[in-house]
Design a protein around this ligand. Structure first.
Ligand code: ASP
Ligand code: MG
Length: 439
């Protein structure tokens, strides 16, 4: 069994849904995970924002626009009267539920927002399943809210998921294919929740791990992960094979095609993840697995909006516990650190979330002189960077010989070197690396 996940643009119109149907109907009894149709989750966020501000009519306007859009989708998607009637029924139920929330005058809470956000995936999967049934497929809609669950730490509750997805599958022995919602789940108290924006990839990975699937496929509309950012560098190429660790670095440091949380469950369960292109279904795409990489540099990615903070302190010299205290300040202010470099008298770290920056700086100043560099970019080079492989770091650093580099981090894993440069030097750095490190 495979898990096949299609993102918002892949199911973004009636036409695209029909194309997805062609791709998945290959005689295999797979589980298809769908996102909401593109734009829908953003509209649902907009509705919630109106409701937080108690602007019910603003929310209802967006609901009506959305409902209009879906009415045209079903007219194009279905050809039989029966399927169309069922489509009308699906939309009625979902939009009634949205309107009920929008019209109620009680205090709008985060719980309500999560319920609203769940509608996108509930709609896309119900409409798609109804289409498959219309064309004669024994398709079964699996309700993610019955088996996708997170625990007290917001981590997937794997025991619960395994048990409950198995029950669902057992109940439909004659099904030819299964459709389910990405992104949505219940929290440990049983309330409707989600796996964060872009979380449908995560759903696919969790399900793949829970069912020990043969493969997890993430379908988008590019031909895999590219070896550099095509928006800034010409002639980038899809990467054929990647190690999970390399994929994790790239996903986190900028390659938008795969959500970073998706990597872990698949890696732990040792289930390959394949990134495929709906526009070119026969292409190899990118295969991510636990296969060790083969002595070359695979790819370059960049993460924008980085702030670097340097703490210089005489007290760090020969002292123990200094780094612990510095990191503690970031932990207390709920801010995660991306890069770290140290010397005997100072430490530099980078963060991307600056909401608590002022408080962090105030705390850090008790330890020494603090300087801040904003508008920085992390350039991440991934590949087989085992330290016994000589020459890779020289190539990377050499490629950037004309560019000011604020931090270099190497040796944290066997898979990457990260460099911090100014935003204005990003494009030059990406191009210089592309020219010099691949061969
Ligand atoms: N629909 C959700 C979002 O837009 C989840 C996803 O697409 O993966 O974030
Ligand atoms: Mg996505």
């Amino acid at each position: 069994m495979k898990i096949q996940k299609f993102g918002g643009t892949s199911v973004g119109s009636a036409q695209r849904m029909k194309e997805v149907a062609k791709l998945i109907l290959n005689g295999e009894r797979n589980i298809v995970v769908l996102s909401a149709m593109s734009g829908t989750t953003n509209s649902l966020v907009e509705i919630s924002n109106y409701l937080y501000k108690r602007n019910n009519s603003g929310a209802l306007d967006v609901i009506n626009q959305l409902s209009g859009k879906y009415n045209s989708v079903i007219k194009e998607l279905y050809s039989s009267k029966m399927a169309l009637e069922k489509g009308v029924e699906i939309l009625q139920e979902q939009f009634d539920s949205l309107r009920n929330i929008a019209e109620s005058n009680r205090n709008f809470t985060l719980f309500d927002e999560k319920i609203i956000l769940a509608h996108g995936e509930l709609i896309s999967t119900a409409l798609f399943n109804n289409y498959l049934v219309e064309i004669g497929i024994k398709s079964v809609l699996l309700p993610a809210l019955e088996f996708m669950k997170t625990d007290k730490n917001d981590e997937p509750d794997m025991a619960f998921i395994k048990e409950n997805i198995a029950l669902q599958l057992d109940a439909h022995k004659d099904a030819e294919i299964f459709i389910t919602q990405g992104f949505i789940c219940r929290d440990y108290q049983g309330e409707i929740s989600n796996l964060q924006r872009g979380g449908s990839d995560y759903t696919a990975s969790i399900l793949g791990a829970a069912l020990r699937a043969d493969e997890i496929q993430i379908w988008t509309d590019i031909d895999g992960m590219h070896n550099n950012d095509p928006r800034f560098v010409e002639g980038t190429k899809p990467i054929a094979n990647l190690h999970f660790e390399e994929a994790a670095e790239l996903a986190y440091f900028g390659a938008k095609i795969l959500h970073p949380t998706c990597v872990l469950p698949a890696k732990q369960a040792n289930i390959p993840v394949r990134l495929l292109n709906t526009m070119e279904p026969k292409a190899h795409g990118t295969l991510i697995s636990n296969e060790e990489p083969k002595k070359h540099i695979e790819a370059i990615a960049a993460k924008d909006g980085i702030t670097a903070i340097k703490i210089k302190s005489g007290r760090m010299l020969l002292a123990y516990g200094f780094l612990g205290k510095v990191f503690e300040i970031f932990a207390r202010n709920r801010t995660s650190i991306d890069m770290v470099t140290t010397s005997e008298v100072g430490v530099s770290v980078t963060i991307d979330d600056t909401r608590n920056l002022e408080r962090i700086l105030e705390d850090l100043r008790k330890f020494g002189t603090v300087t801040v560099d904003k508008d920085m970019v992390i350039i991440c080079v991934v590949g087989d960077m085992n330290f016994e492989n000589i020459g890779f770091q020289a190539k990377v650093v050499g490629a950037l010989k004309d560019i000011p580099v604020r931090m270099i981090s190497y040796g944290g894993s066997n898979y990457n070197i990260s460099l911090l440069v100014k935003a204005e030097d990003k494009k030059r750095a990406l191009n210089a690396l592309s020219k010099n490190v691949f061969d």
